[in-house]
Design a protein around this ligand. Structure first.
Ligand SMILES: Cc1cc2nc3c(=O)[nH]c(=O)nc-3n(C[C@H](O)[C@H](O)[C@H](O)COP(=O)(O)O)c2cc1C
Length: 385
């Protein structure tokens, strides 16, 4: 449901994008994405971030409507990622009186993206500093490497609103009828997930503020139950599982490894486990990553391929590695018709990960599932308990 009302003096001017297929050239977004931007109307007028170049016209139109006969005094730049910063130069050209607010790192990066002369137009802010707009005052908190080096969030002291940059963002246009947590998790774990420690630092700063509303740069404005969202961020940024259960993920060429994975899932279910099975050839890797973080245990089943592991499994594991995957138990099933190697290769990628416990026993299939395979899988079900 689209609900963009914030208050009479803080207005939403962002735009939905429902035609982009993959966000950041990587993540499918079946329900689109929103590029959020806000205007604070006071004695001084502040615009909070621009939008992606795909939404330039809609944004300028929304902005003009919100401003009426006023002109913006400030553009606050939370970070320089192009899905929010693409229009800084367009904005600066259109409103030549406006000052641009950022930190020292923001401006260093701005020079890399744009050729423009901001002499006398820069307002450089530091940790904890404020910008008074009249009744409203913005206070800035640095959030380095959440997930770019120059990221900062802004807390509006009067209405107690946190402008959280990409924090608390979600895939999906604003009218997408879907649960917040799933698409917010897929967004967070894939885009920000590597930087759990830095997110923890930001959450610590936020815990000292009385926050009534969160205005992120993607997805819905969060107005109620803020503890729920903050708890989710606490869980995700500390890499804690959300569910006692098993993700079974397989990479199979001709179906025998898939059969083993399905039988393994049935055995686990018969043992009272909650299980979800994913065919990695047909599951987007960003969803697979999200699910791997959701459960506390994984069973990975893969065919050997050209002396290696079937590519979709390797891709999945390398994604997990780059997202700082940790604190899970993993059982391995390998398949190969002459020299099964998939288990060794999967173990080699998984074992260096922090607190990832790979079961010593490996279920080895030589082409097709037989009784001995089932016996070995039964033993693995016990070991996974
Ligand atoms: C292109 C290709 C390359 C393969 N490379 C290997 C290999 O290096 N070592 C091996 O033991 N088996 C190899 N295999 C055989 C498969 O791993 C084996 O048949 C396995 O049972 C396939 O499981 P699946 O039915 O789940 O696809 C290869 C199969 C194909 C099609």
């Amino acid at each position: 449901m689209r609900d963009t009302y914030i208050s009479d003096s803080i207005l939403y001017v962002g735009a939905d994008d429902k035609t982009l297929d993959i966000f950041e050239s990587q993540y499918p977004i079946p329900n689109g994405v929103s590029y959020n931007s806000y205007v604070i109307m006071d004695e001084k007028v502040a615009v909070m971030d621009t939008v992606d170049k795909r939404a330039t016209d809609a944004w300028f139109e929304n902005l003009a409507k919100a401003l009426g006969d006023r002109k913006p005094d400030y553009l606050v730049v939370s970070h320089m990622e192009p899905d929010h910063a693409a229009n800084i130069k367009n904005f600066a050209d259109r409103y030549p009186e406006t000052k641009i607010v950022g930190n020292a790192k923001t401006f260093a990066m701005m020079d890399q993206f744009f050729e423009m002369d901001l002499t006398d137009r820069k307002v450089v802010v530091k940790e904890g500093e404020t910008l008074n707009l009249g009744a409203h005052t913005l206070q800035f908190f640095m959030a380095p490497m959440v997930h770019w080096p120059e990221v900062m969030v802004a807390y509006e002291q009067n209405e107690k609103i946190l402008f959280s940059a990409d924090g608390f963002g979600k895939f999906g246009a604003l009218d997408a009828e879907e649960e917040w947590a799933e698409e917010a998790a897929r967004y967070f774990l894939n885009i920000v997930g590597k930087y759990g420690v830095q997110v923890q630092g930001l959450l610590k700063k936020a815990s000292g503020l009385d926050i009534r509303m969160i205005c992120p740069l993607h997805g819905p404005i969060l107005k109620e139950n803020l503890g729920y969202y903050i708890d989710k961020y606490q869980t995700w940024s500390t890499y804690q599982p959300e569910k006692h259960g098993v993700m079974v993920a397989y990479a199979s060429i001709h179906g025998n490894t898939a059969q083993a994975a399905e039988e393994m899932a049935e055995m686990l279910r018969a043992n009272g486990e909650e299980v979800e099975v994913f065919d990695l050839s047909r599951t987007d890797v960003s969803l697979a990553v999200r699910k791997a973080f959701y459960y506390d245990r994984l069973v990975l089943a893969a065919a050997t391929y050209d002396g290696g592991v079937f590519p979709c499994m390797e891709e999945f594991l390398l994604h997990l590695k780059s997202k700082n995957f940790q604190k899970r138990t993993v059982g391995l099933i390998e398949n190969g018709s002459w020299a099964p190697l998939a288990g060794k290769i999967m173990r080699g990628i998984l074992e260096p990960m922090k607190d990832v416990h790979v079961l010593e026993q490996v279920v080895t299939i030589k082409s097709a599932v037989h009784e001995d395979t089932r016996e070995a899988m039964k033993a693995m079900v016990d070991a996974l308990k």
